[in-house]
Write a protein that binds this ligand. Sequence first.
Ligand code: FAD
Ligand code: EPU
Length: 301
Amino acid sequence: MSLLAFDARVRREVIAQRPLASLTTMRVGGPAEFYLEARGFRDVIDAAEACKRTGLPLNVLGGGSNLLIDDAGVPGVVVNLKHMKRVVPTEHRLVVSAGASLTSVVATCARAGIAGPEGLAGIPGTIGGALAMNAGGRFAEIGEFVHKVLWLSPQGTVRYLYREEIQFTYRKSSLQGGIVLEAIIEGKRGEPAALLARMKQIMEQKLASQPYSAASAGCAFTNPPGQSAGKLIDLAGCKGLSVGGAQVSEQHGNFIVNKGGATCSDVLKLMGKVKKRVFEHHGIQLIPEVKAWPQPIELAA
Ligand code: FAD
Ligand code: EPU
């Protein structure tokens, strides 16, 4: 593919072989073949059309907080939505562009007296990534607060999907594969001061239990039904286990942290070791939660 495949309007914004590691919280991986920072919906649609014409893959990057990028990099186009970060409160709802941080959405909801999203305090990344992953935890999942989502489908059509038209399950949604452009978020009515206090409390719990400031991609594995992967990993004696610069956090067993200089290959090898040990100890097969580019993670049993 050459740069000529892009519409002339965005062509000068496209960067070839742009390193991606610094755009992820795990800080590993190689470059994007082509990289574009979208300024609005039109740029995203143009990139999708260029990919359709040339048959190359299109990857959408949010905050990079759930991503593991291959050391060899990513073929095709990576579109970063970081400039699309408008958050506008209306009377009972919030209109949010896909690249807005989830943290800003949660805080704006609390200040506007929109209750529920405060349960998502402290989850990094963008609203687009959160909706794709149905981000959440003990107190809430983002899917509960969707009124509607403006979505570019894999077929290239753009339309609003109402909550009933979207499947949200544990760390998954039917929005994956397409691109969230905008979301309208809603909740019950609440008292701003109480919502802000609740946010603070949840954030404190998160800081106390997770290696929040270390380089990681959050929980490496999903929780098996009724179990905590972190606890299973801990009981299997994996804390502190390392491969190269990647280490199983001493604080929370389900976080793999980049101690400095880790490669994607280190992280994958370590995840493989953890999975093997957990299977030996508990007879349970862990499933990766982190998304890998360009290939989904496949760990030997
Ligand atoms: P990215 O990592 O950029 O992308 C993740 C996936 O979403 C990719 O497949 C990407 O293509 C896709 N995507 C991104 N944007 C869009 C879009 N606009 N449209 C369609 N698809 C898109 N997660 C939780 O659920 N709960 C937690 O409590 C939690 N705690 C965390 C704590 C730490 C310290 C860290 C580092 C991570 C944590 N995570 C948690 C994981 C991560 O923050 C979430 O999965 C987050 O929602 C990912 O958003 P992102 O914008 O960073 O997505
Ligand atoms: N535990 C241990 N050892 C550990 C880790 C946890 O014994 O190393 C125990 C804890 O003491 C607790 C139980 O396991 O009794 C559950 O731990 P925690 O409260 O930390 O919750 P979790 O199930 O490990 C889930 C989500 C997190 C989310 C938290 C809080 C998954 C895979 N993880 O963690 O989400 O922040 O609940 O809501 O669903 C993420 O998805 O990336 C993520 C960080």
